[in-house]
Ligand binder design. Sequence first.
Ligand code: PHE
Length: 339
Amino acid sequence: MISKINQLLQEVEALTAGNADELEALRIKYLSKKGAVNELMTDFRNVPADQKKEVGMRLNELKTRAQERIAALKEQFESMDSDCGDIDLTRSAYPVPMGTRHPLSIVKNEIISIFGRLGFSIAEGPEIEDDWHVFSALNFAEDHPARDMQDTFFIESHPDIILRTHTSSVQTRTMESTQPPIRVICPGRVYRNEAISYRAHCFFHQVEGLYIDKQVSFTDLKQVLLLFAREMFGADTKIRLRPSYFPFTEPSAEMDISCHICGGKGCPFCKHTGWVEILGCGMVDPNVLRNCHIDPDVYSGYAFGMGVERIANLKYQVKDLRLFSENDVRFLREFEHAY
Ligand code: PHE
């Protein structure tokens, strides 16, 4: 019996298990009711009385060692579990889905980059503005319809505080704080009190431009805009300027580009005219310069402004303006390869 106990003791000291199932099998083999230790306990009855003391001690030692060894192995598995669980370090990683740039960001960045190459830097200002920077400094008459509740969002308790309706307010701020030469573009979000539909929204995005220096003329404006149109829509793009009116420019114009869908031949997109409108522009009114402490006898300048959604529509033929703000990923993913 002693030799059997010694053999089992040796076995127990050397026990190893590769996983929890193997460990359970060992527990059953040595420590369960019908396990090796219990079997010896049952045989203990037959040990001659003079050997009982020694055999009993050895047997208890075996039982304790077996319990200790199996508990130690169990602990080893449990600590492994909490460290890294069932992680299979050889498995390949899950692919991380990449986002895409928003089409309006793509177009805005392209506009910024074109004018950046022409020496324009970026100016930014607040979306919540006062009447002066959005309207009064820009020569809007006291009763101009744009001041009406129909077009502008007013802050109820502060009739002087509004959401800017164009980023020309940033031009006002730039002129107030900087003496010419000034050459900036002003990208940003603007707000107008419009019913939301497929072709209008209560907010949209603009990039406006301003250049003020000595002897700036309408020719400079036209040349810069021609270059922009060619860079944005292709080298064979033509432009035309139609007389228009803005309170802050004189003379003022609206610019069309030759329809790049039909090449100017006429199609439903350009309503068979061969031209599509893309921006407003003009020479900065002397009153505006004076309001911003710039001497109109020394300096002159031009300004222009375009809607980013409008340019994006022309480039990508997005029929419904609302898509730009709904963040439907099926729409956004279509621009995956656009930049
Ligand atoms: N601010 C005008 C608008 O909101 C655009 C514009 C800018 C027109 C500069 C002329 C000169 O539509």
